[in-house]
Design a protein around this ligand. Structure first.
Ligand code: ZN
Length: 405
């Protein structure tokens, strides 16, 4: 599976550019469909375009099983990437999920509940700016009208991109039918940040996702000649933007958060033209919701002197994963104390967080990342640790499908 996925969307940096509703995305969907077909799983696409590969050998259909109280156990992750992202963020979870299905079959497990391997689309939000768009629209956390109106860097709307991919934009929206099938969700993911290498453990169970959000800052200016305009006559939009970047860093350090301005658009974008408009996007997160909000408030106040406008593009409060499910998974994984199967919080958002917010019991497993580096072509996990992840996921899945509600 890894070898087949390897070339899809690979760029010169050695990283990946896999953005929603592009040619690369279509290749990933085709790969997923092929893996589902090779295992005789029933492929279902929800209203949003997320893919679900169902395994149910019991009596009747998946929906019959759900009506009888045997709701599905979903496992999976995403396949898209940030610009020049690594190979593991997302795909490791999907590949491990198919491998876990194989492991259950090899050991003769007969599931008492339906199992779905899931591919959530557009988790990184690299093209349209909203992270976890696939799971957000599925659960209604992102309004369908707002999703349809999102635009990419070329001005293409989400609705048009969706239609160009052969789907009906009017069908976008919360998908009750799909949600009703999902009794719980477990997402395996490569660790982002560095904890497991110091703890000497290959796999961890997640406790929570930090509160996080994205804001757009628009700074006005006036285009003029870089050589002939006196400094005192300039209205340079870049100066306010520069102030934001430095203030975000200093404020984050003060408040124990993290803040990043990782994307900027400059108009007109000429070396010898004073910028008439600068848009910068801020991403902030932290363990303490109050501090994250306060940091953004401070920055909003500060940029007023530059005439900037601030738009909140997304906000996700602290997400605590289901403690019963997490405890259950830790028991299955042979945990007797915190160190044998560590419990970690994370500053990274995930589809699992969105499903959890929608009231679905949800858990995550993290697989050790030796350097902690992620969203970078060098992102890595050792093969041995990936196998440990598959074994852990298979053990959890075996336990969960033995459940007869
Ligand atoms: Zn991810």
């Amino acid at each position: 599976m890894w070898a087949d996925l390897g070339p899809v969307g690979r760029v010169a940096s050695g990283g990946y550019r896999r953005f929603v509703w592009t040619r690369e995305d279509a290749a990933l969907r085709e790969w997923f469909a092929g893996e589902a077909a090779a295992r005789g799983l029933d492929l279902v696409e929800d209203r949003v375009g997320n893919q679900w590969a169902w395994w149910w050998d019991g009596p009747g259909t998946v929906d019959d099983a759900v009506r009888a109280g045997h709701t599905g156990v979903a496992i999976g992750s995403h396949l898209d990437s940030v610009p020049d992202g690594g190979a593991f963020d997302g795909p490791l979870g999907v590949v491990s999920s198919f491998a876990a299905v194989d492991a259950l079959r090899a050991s003769g497990v007969v599931p008492g509940r339906p199992i779905a391997v899931t591919h959530f689309i557009d988790e990184e939000g690299a093209r349209f700016g909203i992270a976890c768009a696939g799971s957000r629209v599925l659960t209604g956390a992102l309004d369908a009208d707002r999703a349809r109106a999102l635009t990419d860097g070329d001005g293409v709307t989400y609705a048009d991109a969706f239609a160009a991919a052969g789907r009906d934009p009017q069908a976008l929206g919360r998908d009750e039918e799909t949600l009703a099938r999902v009794g719980c969700f477990v997402e395996l993911h490569v660790e982002q940040g560095r904890a497991l290498v110091d703890l000497g453990a290959p796999v961890a169970v997640a406790s929570d996702i930090w509160p996080h959000g994205r804001w757009r800052f628009d700074f006005p200016g006036e285009a003029n000649h870089a050589g002939t305009t006196r400094l005192e006559d300039r209205k340079d939009a870049m100066l306010g933007y520069a102030d934001l970047v430095l203030a975000a860093r200093a404020g984050a350090a003060e408040r124990g958060c993290v803040a990043t301005v990782g994307k900027v658009a400059v108009t007109p974008g000429g070396i010898n033209a004073i910028p008439s408009h600068v848009t910068g996007w801020l991403d902030t997160r932290g363990t303490d919701e109050g501090q994250v909000r306060a940091l953004v408030d401070d920055l909003e106040t500060r940029v007023q002197q530059h005439g900037a406008t601030v738009t909140r593009e997304s906000w996700t409060p602290t997400t605590r994963f289901d403690t019963d499910l997490a405890d259950r998974l830790r028991r299955v994984l042979g945990s007797t104390d915190e160190l044998s199967v560590p419990v970690l919080g994370t500053g990274a958002g995930h589809d699992a967080g969105i499903l959890s917010g929608a009231g679905i019991p949800t858990a995550m497993l993290f697989v050790r990342n030796p350097t902690g580096i992620s969203h970078n072509p060098v992102e890595h996990a050792e093969t041995q640790d990936c196998h440990a992840g598959v074994e852990a996921l298979a053990a959890c899945l075996t336990d969960l499908v033995a459940d007869q509600p």
